[in-house]
Design a protein around this ligand. Structure first.
Ligand SMILES: [Zn+2]
Length: 502
C-alpha cells in the first residue's frame, strides 16, 4: 500500500471529544485515506509524529478575514496556529456585496482593503477566492450591516419594506451562492436602528435554505439578558441555529454574570439550537467608542488613521495631548480602533468551559497593533487553558476548535479525523504548544505547532509556512430541501459521546 503522505506514530485526537489513541494516518490526494497500523505501507512523504498530537485542522469560528484571505493569501497568523478554515463575515460585517462607489462607515472598515476588493454579489466574492486561493479554507457569512450600507441611505432608522425586500433578496443570493448564514451586529452604529422584526424579515430566506444566524448582541453589558432574548426570538422565528458571537459580559458591574447568561442559554437549548464562541483573553477589540472606554479598566489604541504613530499607546495617557476629555480624544483619533479590558478572567474561563463554546479568535488582521488573539488564540487554549490551568482535557479543547464547529456551522467532511474526510490536519507538541503573542508584542508566532495540512497539502512544515495555497471557498449546500427540521439532536454529525467528554 502506498500513500502520498503518512503521519506515523502520532496520538490521534479525532475532534469528537473521545480519548486520544495511537495510530498512523495516511493521506491520498486531498483526503484522509487510512487510519491505523500503516507500518507495512510506504509513502512519498513521511512525518514522524511520535510524542505529538495529530488533530483535525482548527476551524476559527469567528474571524474578520474576508479581505485578508485575498490581500494576504498566506494567512500566516492563522496557519502558524494550526487553523485550516476561517469563518468570515461576522458581526454583521461582510466584504460582499457592496457597490464600487459606496463609502464604507466604521466598523465595516475593519476588514481593510475595501478599495481593492469590491464585489457586487456574494457569488462574485466566492469566485474571486476560487480564482486566487488562500492557504486556508474560507466559510463566509453575509453581514446584515453590509446589506444596510448597500441599500439604505439613512442608517439611523429602521429599514422600509422596500429596503427589507432588497436586503432579503441579497441574503437569498448569498445563500444560493454558498454562504453559511447571516451575521448581525446591532451593537454597531450602522445597524443599531434595526428592529428585531427587520432582522427576522431580512433573514427570511434562511427559513428555506437553512444556515446559521450569528449575532454580535445588541448589548453585552447591563442589557445582556434582553439581548439574549432577542437573539433567541430571531432564531426561533427563522427556525435556524443561533451562534452567540464572542460571548461576554462586559463592564465591571456585570462581572460574574456569565453564571446567569450560561444558565439562561442552557435552559433555552432545550427549545432551539444554540451555540457560542469565545476567545481566551479578558480584553476585546473594536472601533474606538466612548461606551466601551467607560466600561474598561484599561484601553490601548490599536490603530488610528490620523495618528498612526500612537498605535499601542494607553488611551487615557493620551488625553492631555487632546484637551483632556475622552470625547475630544476620540474625535482627534478616529477613525481608530482600540483594545478594551472589559471582561473578568473567571467569566472567560467559565464561558470557555461550556460544552457548546467554540474557539473564535475575532482577530483583526489589519490593525497596526492588533490584539494578541490574532496570533495566539488557538495555542493559548491548548497550552494555557487546557494544559496549565486544567480547565478542560486536551480532547475537549480540540473539539472546541474542530468537530463542534464543523457540526454547528454544517461544514461537511471536515472537523473530524475520519477516513474519507478532507485531509485538514495539525500536528502539535502537547508539552510545548503555547501562544507567545502578548499585548506588548502582539505578533509573535506561537510555539509547538509543527505541521499543518489543508486539503492534503502542507501549508506549515517544521513550524515554517510553505507558501502553498490549497484553501477553498467552501459552499454550504441547501440542507432544508432534504431535511426540514433544525433539531440539534438530529444532526447526523453530532457524536453522541461528545457531551460526556466536553
Ligand atoms: Zn463582534
Amino acid at each position: 500500500m502506498h500513500f502520498d503522505v503518512i503521519v506515523r506514530r502520532g496520538e490521534l485526537i479525532d475532534g469528537t471529544g473521545a480519548p486520544r489513541y495511537s495510530a498512523d494516518l495516511g493521506i491520498n490526494g486531498e483526503r484522509i485515506a487510512a487510519i491505523g497500523d500503516l507500518s507495512a505501507a510506504t509513502a512519498t512523504r513521511e512525518i514522524d509524529a511520535a510524542g505529538h498530537i495529530v488533530a483535525p485542522g482548527f476551524i476559527d469560528s469567528h474571524t474578520h478575514d474576508d479581505a485578508f484571505v485575498l490581500s494576504d493569501p498566506g494567512v500566516e497568523p492563522k496557519v502558524c496556529q494550526g487553523v485550516t478554515t476561517v469563518i468570515a463575515g461576522n458581526c454583521g460585517i461582510s466584504l460582499a456585496p457592496l457597490r464600487a462607489e459606496q463609502d464604507v462607515p466604521q466598523p465595516l472598515d475593519l476588514l481593510g482593503a475595501w478599495q481593492t476588493f469590491r464585489f457586487a454579489s456574494f457569488a462574485d466574492y466566492l469566485a474571486a477566492l476560487d480564482a486566487a486561493p488562500a492557504a486556508v479554507n474560507t466559510v463566509a457569512l453575509v453581514g446584515h450591516s453590509t446589506l444596510r450600507v448597500r441599500h439604505m441611505r439613512d442608517l439611523q432608522r429602521a429599514a422600509s419594506a422596500a429596503e427589507i425586500a432588497a436586503m432579503a433578496a441579497d441574503v437569498r443570493e448569498a445563500m444560493d451562492a454558498g454562504a453559511f448564514g447571516v451575521s448581525s451586529g446591532t451593537f454597531y452604529p450602522p445597524a443599531a436602528a434595526a428592529t428585531q422584526q427587520e432582522l427576522i424579515d431580512v433573514c427570511a430566506p434562511l427559513r428555506e435554505t437553512g444556515g446559521v444566524f450569528a449575532t454580535h448582541l445588541r448589548d453585552e453589558t447591563a442589557e445582556i439578558m434582553a439581548s439574549l432574548e432577542e437573539a433567541f426570538a430571531i432564531g426561533r422565528a427563522l427556525d435556524v441555529r443561533v451562534v452567540l458571537s464572542h460571548h461576554k459580559v462586559a463592564g465591571k458591574e456585570n462581572h460574574g454574570r456569565s453564571v446567569q447568561t450560561l444558565a439562561r442559554i442552557d435552559a433555552q437549548r432545550a427549545l432551539q439550537p444554540l451555540c457560542l464562541d469565545c476567545h481566551p483573553y479578558p480584553a476585546t477589540s473594536t472601533m474606538l467608542r466612548a461606551d466601551r472606554i467607560r466600561q474598561s479598566s484599561r484601553v490601548m489604541l490599536a490603530w488610528s488613521k490620523p495618528h498612526p504613530e500612537l498605535a499601542g499607546q494607553d488611551f487615557h495617557a493620551l488625553l492631555p495631548r487632546f484637551g483632556g476629555s475622552v470625547e475630544a480624544a476620540i474625535e482627534a483619533l478616529r477613525p481608530a480602533g482600540a483594545i478594551y479590558f472589559v471582561m473578568d478572567e473567571r467569566d472567560v474561563e467559565r464561558i470557555f468551559q461550556h460544552e457548546m463554546t467554540m474557539v473564535g479568535s475575532d482577530g483583526l488582521p489589519n490593525d497596526a497593533r492588533p490584539h494578541p488573539r490574532l496570533w495566539g488564540t488557538f495555542p493559548r487554549v491548548l497550552g494555557e487553558f487546557s494544559r496549565t490551568r486544567g480547565l478542560f482535557p486536551l480532547e475537549a479543547a480540540v473539539r472546541k476548535m474542530t468537530g463542534l464547529t464543523a457540526e454547528q456551522f454544517g461544514i461537511e467532511a471536515r472537523g473530524h479525523l475520519k477516513v474519507g474526510h478532507y485531509a485538514d490536519l495539525v500536528v502539535f507538541d502537547p508539552a510545548r504548544v503555547i501562544d507567545r503573542a502578548t499585548f506588548a508584542e502582539p505578533t509573535l508566532r506561537p510555539e509547538g505547532i509543527e505541521h499543518v495540512f489543508v486539503n492534503g497539502e502542507a501549508v506549515l512544515a517544521h513550524a515554517e509556512p510553505t507558501g502553498a495555497r490549497p484553501g477553498r471557498a467552501l459552499r454550504r449546500p441547501h440542507a432544508r430541501a432534504a431535511a426540514p427540521a433544525a433539531n440539534p439532536d438530529a444532526n447526523p454529525n453530532t457524536n453522541p459521546n461528545a457531551a460526556a467528554h466536553a
